[in-house]
Design a protein around this ligand. Structure first.
Ligand code: ADP
Length: 461
């Protein structure tokens, strides 16, 4: 039987460029798909961070990764914008990218059965396939799965920019691109794709509601019959304290004691008191409204007045940089605030933390909780999106559950969850048992990659 041919298109792929979870998924799902016998290939823009000279390389055993090369558009330090905001030419950049993706398929003689697009930067691909390339025999069998990693980023531009897409003004209508008199790229992508998926079953339901739909709930409702939720996995070849060379000392569920060597060395590096017994609360996050930072802000003083240490790694909105700088000044003894993107420090924090905070307002999937499980840091999360699908409240009596959770978006509820965690932390035997348990949980791509294969199969039929 011929292999299923799939092209995964993403604006970031870990190892080459990363700002968030999309990169992790785009770099690890293909490896799992290759194991399942899919002819999977990946394509992304060639940013300055891509250190490969050629316009192609390989990941996994033999997965081609193609780079779309255009120095004017992509040879920049950042992916989507700098401290002054989004790049002004993002529409041009990603319209160019989407066309080049299709041209590259032809050049490589690779006619995909399925193009798996990811987020708005790739959403013009289904549109072009149904317009400019509609009668192109090369793509006659090609279908599109559009995966939404975060509905809040839709690629919305002024109407004046519409001509940059290179399509007839007739498509600037309520059925396609028009969105409150602006151009909405993701909206057209949703309309034109053969199927849509998002990154957790709960988020797939949430985005049909006004609260989470970001204005696209109506459009998504019309596509509900082809909308799927598949929980992300993580690549354990990348995220594994047993093999991780960036952490201070490797460890595993069999010798979790060495986790505390990491904790002490992290305390030392961060200039905090070296003490195994002080609970270390870690947080690694884009600093955006989505991430529940306002909840944390309200309780942070009370929290830091207790016997805890808090280490933050993140970058994003300036207002949160100001907030955390202020917090660090007020509590210099037990906080370490790191306002940057730093993959090495991230791994050290996962390894050195006892508790990992994700109080998100909404969270399509969230990878932090899965990574922290593997590193034996117990997550405290709000029950939303993929966090709800992966974290359950720990019950000290039945020993069920794997973390600490709260439902309502209230700082008092977050604080209560933290207190429950801190109280169980005091019971070393129970805590160690919980740490060992979460380190053994399986959030690899095994199950989810199979679901993707099933879905691809459904679409090509
Ligand atoms: P999102 O995609 O919304 O940012 P996810 O939880 O899906 O959130 O993925 C976040 C990924 O980015 C994780 O791998 C996390 O460790 C990483 N990350 C976030 N901020 C930083 C940072 N400042 N430095 C290093 N890694 C980061």
């Amino acid at each position: 039987m011929e292999k299923l041919k799939v092209l995964l298109v993403a604006s970031e792929v870990v190892g080459f460029a990363k700002t968030g979870g999309l990169a992790d998924v785009a770099g690890s799902l293909p490896i799992a798909l290759e194991e399942l016998g899919v002819d999977i290939r990946v394509i992304m823009p060639k940013y300055a961070s891509v250190k490969v000279k050629a316009d192609e390389t390989k990941i996994g055993k033999n997965i081609p990764v193609y780079f779309v090369h255009n120095d004017d558009y992509f040879n920049r330090k950042e992916l989507y914008g700098d401290k002054f905001g989004d790049y002004q030419d993002n529409l041009e950049r990603f319209a160019f990218f989407c066309k080049e993706v299709l041209e590259r398929c032809k050049k490589e003689g690779f006619a995909p059965d399925v193009i798996n697009c990811n987020d708005w930067q790739t959403a013009l691909i289904p549109v072009y396939l149904n317009t400019i390339y509609k009668y192109d025999p090369f793509f006659s069998k090609t279908r599109v799965l559009f995966t939404i990693h975060n509905l809040a980023y839709q690629g919305i531009f002024s109407k004046d920019e519409f001509p940059k897409i290179g399509l007839d003004w007739a498509l600037f209508s309520i059925d396609y691109f028009e969105f409150y008199d602006k151009v909405n790229i993701m909206k057209a992508g949703i309309v034109y794709s053969d199927a849509i998926s998002t990154v957790s079953p709960t988020y797939a339901k949430e985005i049909l509601t006004k609260e989470f739909g970001c204005g696209l709930e109506g459009v998504l409702k019309t596509r509900e019959n082809v909308l799927h939720g598949i929980l992300n996995g993580i690549g354990y070849s990348l995220w594994n304290p047993k093999t991780d060379t960036k952490i201070f000392k490797k460890y595993s569920a069999e010798n979790p004691d060495d986790k505390y060597v990491n904790k002490e060395l992290l305390q030392k590096e961060a200039g905090l008191k070296i003490d195994r017994d002080i609970p270390m609360i870690g947080m690694i996050s884009r600093l955006a409204d989505q991430k529940g930072l306002d909840l944390l802000a309200k309780i942070i003083d009370d929290l830091l007045n207790q016997k805890v240490q808090f280490i933050l790694l993140g970058t994003g909105d300036n207002k949160y940089h100001v907030l955390f700088e202020k917090m660090a000044r007020a509590h210099p003894k037990n906080t370490s605030v790191n306002l940057k993107f730093d993959a090495t420090l991230a791994e050290k924090i996962y390894a050195g933390s006892d508790i990992f905070l994700i109080p998100s307002r909404y969270e399509p999937c969230g990878l932090g909780q899965m990574i922290s499980f593997k590193y034996g840091a117990i997550p405290i999360v709000r029950q939303t999106g993929g966090l709800k699908d992966s974290v359950r409240e720990f019950n000290q009596v039945t020993r069920e559950g794997n973390g600490f959770t709260f439902e309502e978006y209230k700082s008092a509820d977050l604080f209560a969850a933290i207190k429950r965690a801190l109280s169980i932390y005091k019971n070393k035997a129970v805590w160690t048992e919980l740490v060992k348990k979460v380190m053994g949980l399986d959030f690899s791509w095994n199950a989810s990659a199979r679901e993707y294969v099933k879905l691809y199969g459904k679409i090509v039929k």
